[in-house]
Design a protein around this ligand. Structure first.
Ligand SMILES: Cc1ncc(COP(=O)(O)O)c(C=O)c1O
Length: 399
């Protein structure tokens, strides 16, 4: 029988759970896009997004998903034939590099595998060897959603400074903004890209590029820039219509306004603390379960794990069976092991991910973990008992 009727928990790492308040605020007739409330609302959205990114720099909004803002960021700072260096820790860093290659930008990938963060010593060595400063930008992810590796962005800036390399630092915070601590200005990040569909709790469809004056100077000479992706007309437009290079994403803006209000009401620090505790609860469960049997967190060192998503190695082909069981029998949808093995290969079934980003609280995460526990019993994944108790102890200790 199925026990799945009731409210579903979409525990994939984006799109994330959309709060009812966000959905309700989008349920309205189309607003005027030339004058009135919508126009008055956007400057506040821009300043609140900058507060979440902790920057006083510039920001352009695009009607686009994450791939769109990857392209936007690249086209504004790079010319065909320029070199960018991409320290890669999973599928999404590789994805940004491939987009650069597709634009005619020479992306050099330094691959650190699927389970480790960036080796800063190796990166420093590579940058120091670039005496002619051929590398125009170092670009990577803060959190790679495929592997759940979290990279140390402040350390990346420290490496660039120690070597005295002028490359721009470009960071993808699509999975991490509003979930993991990020400080654009303090950490000397020149360009940051984010989307609305994860920590910002809004349906997919809007992307953001944050940039500083240094990056904007690179825009002066970039020959990849095209009219739609050009960030300049979007920053301080003469006409509201030009904010979005055309028709505004009307309902998304209402949803995002509400999501930002919710973040402000809880307080950004409290939002980040909540994500930290819930992530530790998830890790505690899997660490306990993994004491017997093959189950393992993908990232061994807790200091390098995301607070938004956790990637799990099942150690057998039962990962897919588990996902299918918890979805069909219990109303819990887990993420596929994206980028960990080729689709269709037997190893494809060896992984799953759990998203714990955005509008997520303790009962949802504890419920998801207990459901995964039930699924493991049902499909026969060997594990030590006590995972949910270990997670509950983390929650109890923090609350
Ligand atoms: C870190 C990261 N970068 C980029 C992307 C691509 O975003 P999208 O799927 O919205 O194009 C994702 C999507 O999950 C992501 O997690």
């Amino acid at each position: 029988m199925s026990l799945g009727n009731g409210r579903q928990y979409l525990a994939i790492p984006g799109p994330s759970v959309i709060p009812d308040r966000v959905l309700a605020s989008m349920h309205r007739p189309s607003p005027n896009i030339y004058s009135g409330e919508l126009i008055d609302m956007v400057p506040g959205i821009v300043s609140d997004l900058k507060a979440v990114a902790r920057t006083s720099g510039h920001m352009a909004i695009y009607i686009a998903n994450g791939h769109g803002v990857w392209e936007a960021a690249l086209t504004n700072v790079a010319s065909r034939g320029d070199k960018v260096l991409v320290p890669a820790t999973g599928m999404f860093s590789h994805g940004w590099a491939e987009m650069a290659l597709g634009l005619g930008i020479d992306a050099e990938i330094m691959d650190f595998g699927q389970r480790n963060t960036i080796d800063m010593a190796r990166l420093a060595e590579r940058l120091a060897a670039d005496k002619s400063h051929e590398i125009k930008a170092v670009m990577t992810v803060q959190v790679d959603t495929s592997t759940s590796v979290r990279n140390d962005v402040a350390a990346l800036r420290a490496v660039l400074d120690a070597v005295g390399h002028p490359a721009l630092l470009m960071i993808d915070c699509i999975a991490s903004l509003g979930c993991d601590d990020f400080r654009m200005d303090d950490w000397g990040v020149d360009v940051m890209v984010a989307g609305c569909q994860k920590g910002l709790m809004t349906p997919p469809g809007m992307g953001f590029v944050f940039f500083n004056d240094r990056a904007d100077r690179a825009r002066d000479v970039a020959n990849c820039v095209t009219p739609y992706w050009d960030w300049r007309p979007r920053v301080e437009p003469d006409l509201f219509y030009h904010y979005f290079c055309g028709t505004a994403p009307t309902h998304h803006l209402y949803g995002l306004r509400t999501a930002l209000d919710m973040i402000a009401q809880e307080g950004l620090e409290a939002v980040l603390r909540r994500h930290g505790v819930l992530a530790r609860a998830v890790w505690a469960a899997f660490e306990r379960w993994g004491e017997a049997g093959p189950l393992e967190l993908n990232v061994a060192d807790a200091a390098h794990r995301s607070h938004a998503v956790t990637s799990v190695r099942v150690g057998s082909a039962k990962g897919t069976e588990l996902r299918e069981w918890v979805e069909a029998r219990a109303g819990l949808t887990l993420g596929i092991g994206l980028g960990m093995a080729p689709p269709g290969s037997p190893e494809w079934n060896h992984f799953f991910r759990i998203g714990h980003m955005g509008h997520v609280n303790a009962q949802m995460v504890l419920g998801a973990l207990a459901t995964i526990g039930a699924g493991m019993i049902a499909v026969g994944i060997e594990h030590a008992r006590g995972g949910v108790d270990a997670a509950a102890a983390v929650v109890a200790g923090a609350a």
